[in-house]
Design a protein around this ligand. Sequence first.
Ligand SMILES: NC(=O)c1ccc[n+]([C@@H]2O[C@H](COP(=O)([O-])OP(=O)(O)OC[C@H]3O[C@@H](n4cnc5c(N)ncnc54)[C@H](OP(=O)(O)O)[C@@H]3O)[C@@H](O)[C@H]2O)c1
Length: 286
Amino acid sequence: MIVGASGQLGTDLMDAFADLNPVGLRHSEIAIENPRSVAEALDTHRPDLVINTAAFHNVQVCEHEPVRALEINTVAVGALARACAQRECSFATFSTDYVFDGEKDAPYVEDDKPRPINSYGLSKLGGELLVKVATPRHFIFRTSGLFGRIGSTSKGYTFIDRILQSAAAGERSTVVNDMTFSPSYTRDVAAAVRRVVDDADFGLYHVVNQGSCTWYEFALEALTQAGLRAEVTPISTAQWAADVRRPPNSSLANERLQKTGLPQPPNWRSAVARYIAERATGVQKV
Ligand SMILES: NC(=O)c1ccc[n+]([C@@H]2O[C@H](COP(=O)([O-])OP(=O)(O)OC[C@H]3O[C@@H](n4cnc5c(N)ncnc54)[C@H](OP(=O)(O)O)[C@@H]3O)[C@@H](O)[C@H]2O)c1
C-alpha cells in the first residue's frame, strides 16, 4: 500500500511496484494524522507493506508552523508505523538530508550523527525515531532534492521546469550557489527502493543519485541538457530565504546500498539527462 500515491515520489513508486498491484492512496483517501482513517485503510486493504510518502515538507512553512510539522512528520508517521506493527505489516517511510546540519565537508553516510537546524529537519528526525521505536520491520529511506514527472504537490512545480520555463520565456533566474545537495530523480529512487524492499534487510538507507552539486550548478546542467541558453545569476542562501536556516552541505552517500551489494542510482547528471529526454517526449504527467 502506497500512501501519497499521487505525489512526486508516490507516482513513480506506483510504477516501480506495479507488478504487485499496489493499493495507492491519495490524500483524499487517507489522512495519516487521523487514526480512524489509518485504521480503516489498513483493515480494508490488509497490506503486507505500507510505503509512506506523505509529509508536511515545505521547509519555509514548517518553520512557521513547527507544531503542525511535528504533528504530521513525527507523531502521525510514528502512529502509522505503530498501526502497521499491530497488524504485522512492514513499514517504509521517507526522510531527508535535512536531518543533518550541513557542516560536514563530504557526503553524509547513514552512521553520521543527525543534527537538524530547522523545524522540518527536526520533525523528520522525530519521525525516524518513532518509526524505529514502533517496529523493527521498518525501512527508512533518506533522500534529497527530488525531481520527477510531476511537481511536488506542496510546491506546485519542479525546480527544473521552473528554470526551463523561465529560459524559454527569455527571463532571468536567480539560483542559490552556496548549498550543496544530491539531486535525485524519483524514478531512480523508486527503483532503488524496490530493490531494497525485495533483497535487503530492514533499516536506514540513503537513496540518492550519486554525486552532488549546488542548486546553481543543477540549473546550469538542466539548461545544457535541454539545449537552452539563459541568464542565471548565482545568489547566496541568505539572499534567497534568510528566515530559515538550511544545511550548506546536505549531500548524501548511499553507503549502505553499496555495502549491501545493491546497485546505486546513477550519477545525478545522467538522471537530469533522462528526465529532460522524458520531458521532451511529453511522457511526464504535469
Ligand atoms: N521533495 C524533495 O525534494 C524531498 C527531499 C527529501 C526528502 N523528501 C521526502 O520524500 C517524501 C516524498 O516527497 P514528495 O516530493 O514526493 O512529496 P509530494 O509530492 O508532496 O507527495 C506527498 C503526497 O502525500 C500526500 N499527503 C500530504 N500530507 C498528507 C497527509 N497528512 N495524509 C495523507 N497524505 C498526505 C500529498 O497530497 P496533497 O499534496 O494532496 O496534500 C501528496 O500526494 C516526503 O517524506 C519528503 O519529506 C522530499
